[in-house]
Design a protein around this ligand. Structure first.
Ligand SMILES: Cc1cc2nc3c(=O)[nH]c(=O)nc-3n(C[C@H](O)[C@H](O)[C@H](O)COP(=O)(O)OP(=O)(O)OC[C@H]3O[C@@H](n4cnc5c(N)ncnc54)[C@H](O)[C@@H]3O)c2cc1C
Length: 378
């Protein structure tokens, strides 16, 4: 039996960032990962490190994460190719522009500064933007990073800080006796802990329901492409109102772009890109950046992510089981948030509360209202 203060199911960014922070606070930690740490969503995503566009309820957490991204190298020993390049969200119509104007006003209340650019100013500053662009909103300090490097670096940092990482170690059984959780993995090892963190991404619902929590989460498969290396052109991460595409150019010259959905099967652990989604995203991108018209796509892929109906993650205590904490269902936007989620989970373990508001992410929001006896009478 392996005894530990905290057991974590899932070695993606949520699990490993929590493990790292818990080690800093002298808690013993075991991470159980069914495959390899960071090989799922955390390591294959687009790499957008963006606050712009997030719902109001996510902005405090996202701002907290932003502060950690800025000192990432001290935190995990690698910059993971993170650059605060800026994030430019394009409008294609007056209605889009009105949306950006309203968002800017809302975001200002959370300390997020955005600069609005009308068509002429936009093209003067970024001559490579096409004539179809109506305007844009710039978040100068948002940026992008290499998810493969970041996910591996968090796992390595957690291990170096003393967390025990059990890889190729799927949790097959878990139980709670009122004091301790006991997990049994695919290698037959038993782990006993006071706290259990459900950081199992698209598989989060399975674990939550096992403990009687009610939740709605479905698997989604965002579609991704990367082009051949091209001469430097786009010096920031690009998005568009409505989300038809998102794109960034890395230092080596390749343009990474996403948009639409691939296909997959969670039970078989299989994800595939979809050609029609790749073509659509490419068409939407080249409409806004005509110079990329002849760019050659050299690889396409997808990954699996958990999505909730309101597109907000589940973060916080279980509604049924003391000591069980959830962090899953990031709905395609958890990469930027991950370092702050790790800190919040560590606070919940060590202090019993989060210093950043997380009420909007409570699992209790899914609980079906039971009709009263009066109402249930026919
Ligand atoms: C293609 C794609 C593009 C994206 N682009 C962006 C972006 O640009 N910006 C952004 O902010 N977010 C983006 N996201 C979302 C972001 O990647 C995720 O929200 C984030 O990585 C979720 O981290 P996680 O640790 O919750 O999940 P994961 O990385 O999926 O980790 C969960 C882990 O749990 C493990 N696990 C599950 N069940 C068990 C079990 N029973 N036993 C042991 N281990 C188990 C899994 O193997 C997995 O490794 C994207 C996602 C995808 C798929």
């Amino acid at each position: 039996m392996i005894d530990t203060d905290v057991a974590i199911i899932g070695g993606g960014l949520m699990g490993t960032s929590a493990a790292l922070e818990l080690r800093r606070q002298q808690r013993s930690v075991v991470v159980l990962e069914q495959g390899w740490c960071g090989a799922q969503a955390s390591g294959v995503n687009y790499g957008g490190v963006r606050r712009q566009g997030r719902a109001a309820c996510q902005l405090p957490l996202s701002q907290r994460a932003h502060a950690i991204w800025r000192r990432l190298e001290q935190t995990i020993g690698s910059d993971g190719e993170y650059i605060a390049s800026g994030h430019l969200k394009l409008a294609r119509s007056d209605a889009d522009m009105q949306e950006l104007i309203a968002y800017r006003e809302m975001a200002a209340a959370y300390g997020l500064e955005l600069e609005l650019l009308e068509a002429e100013a936009l093209r003067r500053r970024y001559p490579w933007i096409g004539k179809q662009a109506y305007g844009a909103s710039l978040c100068a300090e948002d940026g992008h990073a290499n998810p493969r490097l970041i996910a591996a670096a968090f796992a390595r940092a957690a291990e170096q800080a003393g967390a025990r990482l059990l890889q190729q170690s799927a949790v097959r059984e878990c139980s709670f006796d009122g004091n301790y959780f006991v997990l049994i993995n695919s290698r037959g090892e038993r782990v006993r802990s006071r706290f259990l963190l459900n950081c199992s991404g698209a598989w989060g619902k399975e674990i939550a329901e096992h403990f009687g929590d009610t939740v709605s989460e479905q698997a989604i498969y965002p579609n991704m492409c990367v082009t051949e290396p091209l001469p430097p052109l786009m010096n920031l991460s690009l998005g568009v109102v409505g989300g038809a595409f998102y794109a960034r150019q890395v230092e080596r010259g390749n343009v990474v772009l996403g948009g639409g959905r691939g296909i997959g099967n969670l039970a078989l652990d299989a994800t595939r890109p979809r050609a029609s989604s790749s073509f659509k995203a490419l068409a939407a991108l080249t409409e806004m950046v005509p110079a990329l018209r002849n760019a050659l796509v050299i690889r396409t892929w997808s990954g699996v992510e958990g999505e909730t109906p309101d597109h907000q993650p589940v973060i916080g205590p279980s509604a049924t089981t003391p000591g069980l904490l959830h962090a899953f269902g990031f709905s395609g936007a958890g990469f930027q948030l991950a370092p702050a989620v790790g800190e919040v989970l560590a606070e919940l373990v060590t202090k019993g509360e989060s210093s950043t508001p997380i009420d909007a992410f409570s699992i209790k929001r899914f609980a079906v209202q039971q009709p009263s006896k009066e109402e249930s009478r026919v």
